[in-house]
Design a protein around this ligand. Structure first.
Ligand code: PNW
Length: 489
């Protein structure tokens, strides 16, 4: 899986370059504008749950500073911006009354993006479940899937004139397994059987929501974003290790792609997890409902995973969260061990392997040849350093030289170009993230932004990576890692 790029990749004018964020990670204003509490408010306020006890109460204060952030997007020149709607901001209890003030916030933001020539791509669920729904069982409760579909329907009615591309869920793997099995994400539960029920009800929520959106907006383009794991055997010649890959692929990837894209849960997944659950929460007709035709698939890619077969699991953490968990996210995989891969690593401890992205995109293209693909997230956290420098006019300006992030983006965008050259129908790439933001269990201690946020002043500062990305978007030609452009903003 080495890169085959020999010349400088050039992207077609219609290829979409964007940046991505999520509501809880940037908005703040957790108690303003009629917003209700979500599971991430509750979780982040639980002592010990997040690094330094950080919460999203203020985050990047995007709720108030969105005009500045739209201006940054405009200056970056991106074609598109991927954002999420905070469900508890528009429907505080997750069922029942909607909050007009919350809906108006998104209407105004979407209008500003359109006025700036930036296409908004909206995700309906990026992990901020209304707390009232969690109190009734959250994703373990089938009713949550129906509540989600009603929320999706209402958003389609309210925002349909402003949004063409609708994404139901972001990374249901994280919601189900990190939220309900390993407990390193909200709601922090450690019940493997509950996690499997959550998998199914998230899948069902997706199918019901796509159907509801299309009932309101027949022309809508519907999508889901998955964090598909690229899994390799420690020893490719070992049938045992290859079987460990099959098992982790089942619980991580095919638990979602099976019903969503192929209309069935994989038999081997049901067998592997039989001791945990009888899957009796899957009712007649559910998989047909989940299997809605999609207009595209979003994939988030950061790193790769390596496994081997073992007599007992000896490391199941896979760097999945801030809080050490005694419970594995890998439900049913008691005899799989996760192997530390060679570096280099990002500040998350995730190994850097651009060729994994080429592999993932070409594998998906082979399996689903008619499904356009978008990389909906890719990026890296590094320990950025701010320096004070003298600008062209003699004034002192803050700078962030982040050559490691530039190299990461360069190599992964080259990997996308390799996949396209190999015939994959990849239509766009969204850098994670526009801004440094609340990195879930890691709070503000991990920075993924192209633009730095000073959490004392909330000031935004362009990193070199932002200038480098602007250069790429403007020229459609992959710049070298030392080409950051010269104009200071
Ligand atoms: C994704 N894991 O999260 C999310 O979609 C973003 O909100 C997040 O900021 C970004 O990636 C960076 O972490 C993940 O443990 C969180 O494998 C954890 C995992 C994967 C993705």
């Amino acid at each position: 899986m080495t890169s085959t790029t020999t010349s400088i990749p050039v992207f077609a004018p219609e290829f979409v370059f964007g940046t991505a964020t999520a509501a809880y990670q940037i908005e703040g204003a957790a108690q303003e504008g009629g917003r209700g509490p979500s599971i991430w408010d509750t979780y982040s306020h639980t002592p010990g749950a997040t690094e330094y006890g950080d919460t999203g109460d203020v985050a990047c204060d995007h709720y108030h500073r969105w005009p500045e952030d739209v201006q940054i997007l405009r200056d970056l020149g991106v074609d598109s911006y991927r954002l999420s709607i905070s469900w508890p901001r528009v429907q505080p209890g997750g069922a029942g009354a909607f909050n007009e003030e919350g809906i108006a916030f998104y209407r105004t933001l979407l209008d500003a993006l359109r006025a700036a020539g930036i296409e908004p791509v909206v995700t309906l669920y990026h992990w901020d479940l209304p707390q009232e729904l969690e109190d009734a069982g959250g994703w373990t409760n089938r009713d949550t899937a129906y509540a989600f579909a009603e929320y999706a329907r209402r958003m389609a009615q309210e925002l349909g004139e402003r949004v063409e591309v609708w994404t139901t869920l972001n990374e249901p793997w994280c919601s189900a397994y990190l939220g309900y099995a390993s407990g390193v994400h909200a709601p922090g539960r450690t019940d493997p059987a509950a996690a499997l029920a959550a998998v199914h009800h998230l899948n069902l929520a997706h199918g019901l929501a796509v159907r509801a959106i299309r009932e309101v907006l027949p022309q809508a383009r519907c999508s889901v974003t998955l964090n598909l794991h690229v899994i390799q055997p420690e020893d490719p010649t070992s049938a045992e290790d290859r079987d460990a890959v099959r098992q982790i692929d089942g619980v991580a990837n095919r638990a979602f792609t099976g019903p969503m894209l192929e209309g069935a849960y994989p038999a081997d997944l049901l067998a592997d997890t039989a001791a945990v659950s009888d899957w009796s929460f899957v009712l007649d007709g559910d998989v047909e409902l989940i299997h809605q035709p999609l207009d595209n698939l979003g994939v988030n890619y950061y790193s790769t995973t390596m496994v081997r077969r073992s007599s007992a699991a000896d490391d199941t953490s896979e760097n999945a969260g801030h809080r050490a968990s005694s419970t594995s996210p890998w439900v049913g995989a008691d005899r799989v061990s996760f192997v530390q891969e060679p570096g280099p690593y990002t500040a998350m401890g995730w190994n850097i392997k651009p060729s994994g992205l080429t592999w993932l995109l070409t594998d998906l293209a082979a399996r689903y040849p008619d499904l356009p693909l978008y990389v909906t997230e890719n990026g890296a956290a590094f320990d950025d350093v701010v320096t004070q420098e003298t600008g062209a006019d003699g004034e002192v300006v803050a700078a962030v030289h982040d050559p490691l992030r530039v190299a990461y983006l360069h190599d992964h965008i080259a990997a996308v170009a390799d996949a396209i050259a190999a015939g994959a129908d990849v239509r766009g790439y969204y850098a994670w993230s526009l801004l440094d933001n609340f990195e879930w269990g890691w709070g503000y201690a991990r920075r993924f932004g192209l633009v730095r946020v000073d959490y004392d002043t909330l000031e935004r500062t362009w990193k070199d990576s932002a200038r480098w990305y602007r250069n790429l978007v403007a020229t459609r030609r992959l710049p070298g890692v030392d080409e950051v452009g010269d104009a200071r903003l």
